[in-house]
Every structure is written in C-alpha cells, then in structure tokens.
Ligand binder design. Structure first.
Ligand code: CDT
Length: 357
C-alpha cells in the first residue's frame, strides 16, 4: 500500500420500519456491519442520515413527547453527548474496540446556555485514535415543507417542520490515525509555503447530509479547504403517489439524480466521497438504495446491490486527488471569484427583464 491508501466503507441500512422499532434492534444491525467492516480491513465507516430511527420527517407527529423521543440531547457543555447515549454508545464502543472511525446521523436537540432549544439534523465523526468525536455537521439544506401536504395518501417530507437549518457551515477537518506517516505541523520550523504541504497531511474530510449533496455550493466550500474525502448519509424517497411516473420510473430517476450529484461533486472538487443510504420500504414511504464510493474522477468504485443492510467498501488512494486539484480544478489558478458575488448575495432566481414587443 502507498502511504496514502485507506480502506473505507458505507454501511447501508435496510428499512427501520416504523416509529416504534426498538433502537437496540437497529443498533445491533449497525454493529454487525461494523464487525463485517473489521474483517475487510476497513478503517472508516459511514452510516446513514438519522441512522438509528425510521425517517421520522415522513410522519405527521402531533405529540411533543413523541417528537422528543426521536432526538438526542446536547448542549455547549456536552456537545457530543450522543456518544454517551444508550442509543449510540454500544456502536461507538464497538468502533473503538475494532479501531474503526465512524460517522453517523441522528436528530440533535440542542439546549443553548440561554435555555433556548433547537432541533437539528446532525452527523458526527468519531475518531478512534482520539477516542472522541472530532467533528459535527448540521444539515444546511432542509427539503420538503413545514405544513403537511393535506392530500390523503401522499408521502410527506416534513424536514422544515422537524429541524432548523444547520448553523455550523461546511467546516473541513483532518482525521488523525488513518494514514501512516502523515505530515504534522512543526511550529518550530519556519513555514515556507502552504503549497508544499498540500496533500501530505492527515486526510481532509467533510460531511454533508442527504439533500446537501444536490447543492454545488456546499461541495465547493469543502473543495476550497482541500477536501479529500466527503462523507454523506441519506434517506431519499424512491417514489411517491403524488409525483408523475410509475414507481419504477420515479425510482430510476431518483437514483440517476443521486448518482449525478455525487459523481459531479467528487469530480468538480477532486475528492473521494462515500454515500450511505437508508433504503427500502419504511412505513411512511419507499427509499432508494445506491450507496456508493466515488473517486476524484467521478467514477463509482463501489455500489450497493440490495435494498437491505449491506456493507460496500473500497481501498482508495488519496494521492489520486492531486491530479484534479493540480490541473482542471487548481482553484488558485483558474477560479474567478470577482464574478461569483451573485452566489452569496442572491437566494432565489431573478430573471433578466422581459424583452419588449
Ligand atoms: N432526506 C432528504 O434530504 N431527502 C431528500 C428528498 C428529496 S426528494 C428528491 C433528498 O434530497 O434526497
């Protein structure tokens, strides 16, 4: 193995059928996938968005107590309380025992110092070499609607009701312990140039959650931090009665758009990416599979074959990110930010004036 090779995996979960599915049942499935990963020599496993529960934004839930049960508490004094929660602790302990880093999604109920409470759709990264969480990401792009669709029999997508958009931005981080001989900072030596150290340190990672993968803006924020490996979990509707097309046509199109987003994002930012689905038939609706590992040229190097619990893995070489980062997507040479102000000044579409008759 070259010094920048690493075996990584997506742990696809089949359906977590309903709101009352016991957490321990799902945890045991996740632990089994982790054990399989260890047998394959995997060093990093990505689990889906809202991994421990059914995709609850697909339900209309009136009772605040019932909603509260779906969230994990956190606060400024205990931002990573999730790893001490009985709902996640056995998974984290198993990851530690097997020396595998993990990333997973969950509903986070954040109580600030002033007592205000905010719910986020969150993912964390747990580093086994550090024995702690070293990064948190809160989903920025929340799809769907606040008010339930009143039409009978439709598939609901109520993320705007359940969550507040993330407030942490797209912060890349380095994960220690994954690459032998990674260059470390030497604060006693004078720094010559940032260019000289690029691609030689501990791997640069970032997280997105589901719908975020469709937005080029988040990918590029990570690209500008030199990301080498992007981690993403998702619950994506396969088909819904209110949309046009047969179930098969809708699912095929959903998979196409999923692959298109992941492949384009990886290519345009010259990074690997890992995508982990929760798939199959949950009570609120049907979810696509298509968990994948994508290389920096945009090629899929591993993809799930089922809609159930399935581990997909690949040995990747982070050195391969250098080609795109040094040529077509050498940002320092080719970007023209003086023309990009519209991207941050404008939200919706403003069309050019109509032409006169
Ligand atoms: N969970 C999530 O973000 N799902 C959305 C559904 C949108 S339907 C195209 C997604 O972007 O996959």
């Amino acid at each position: 193995m070259s010094s920048r090779q690493l075996t990584v995996a997506a742990a696809q979960l089949g359906p977590v059928r309903c709101l009352t599915t016991p957490r321990r049942k799902t945890l045991d499935r996740m632990i089994k996938l982790l054990e399989e990963a260890a047998e394959k020599g995997v060093k990093l496993v990505v689990f889906p968005e809202l991994a421990f529960t059914t995709f609850f934004p697909g339900y209309i839930i009136e009772s605040p107590e019932e909603v509260a049960r779906l969230f994990e508490p956190a606060s400024p004094s205990e931002p990573y309380a999730i790893i001490e929660s009985s709902h996640a602790k056995p998974l984290v302990e198993k990851a530690s025992e097997l020396s595998i880093d993990i990333s997973f999604g969950y509903g986070e109920r954040w109580t600030a110092d002033d007592g205000s409470v905010t719910d986020y759709n969150t993912a964390v990264y747990y580093s086994t070499s550090e024995q702690k969480c070293i990064a948190k990401y809160r989903k920025v792009h929340l799809p769907g609607r606040y008010e339930p669709d009143p039409r009978p029999g439709v598939t609901q997508q109520l993320e705007k009701r359940f969550f507040t958009p993330g407030d942490l931005g797209f912060q890349a981080f380095r994960a220690p312990g994954l690459i032998k001989g990674a260059l470390k900072a030497d604060y006693s030596a004078p720094v010559t140039s940032g260019q000289e150290t690029q691609g030689r340190g501990d791997p640069i990672l970032g997280m997105l959650i589901c719908n975020d993968r469709r937005w080029a803006e988040g990918w590029r924020c990570y690209g500008l931090q030199g990301i080498e490996l992007l981690l993403e979990g998702y619950n994506t509707t396969a088909f819904a009665p209110q949309y046009e097309g047969t179930n098969e046509e809708q699912e095929e199109e959903a998979l196409f758009h999923h692959r298109l987003s992941c492949q384009a994002g990886s290519y345009q930012n010259a990074c690997y990416s890992i995508h982990a689905a929760k798939a199959g038939e949950e009570d609120h609706g049907s979810l696509i599979a298509g968990s994948s590992i994508v290389d920096p040229n945009g090629h899929i190097v591993a993809e799930s074959k089922t809609k159930g619990d399935e581990l997909i893995y690949a040995t990747i070489d982070l050195e391969k990110c250098r080609k795109g980062k040094g040529r077509v997507f050498a940002f320092d040479m080719h970007r023209r930010p003086e023309h990009y102000s519209r991207l941050v000044e404008q939200v919706g579409v403003r069309e050019p004036e109509l032409l006169s008759k």
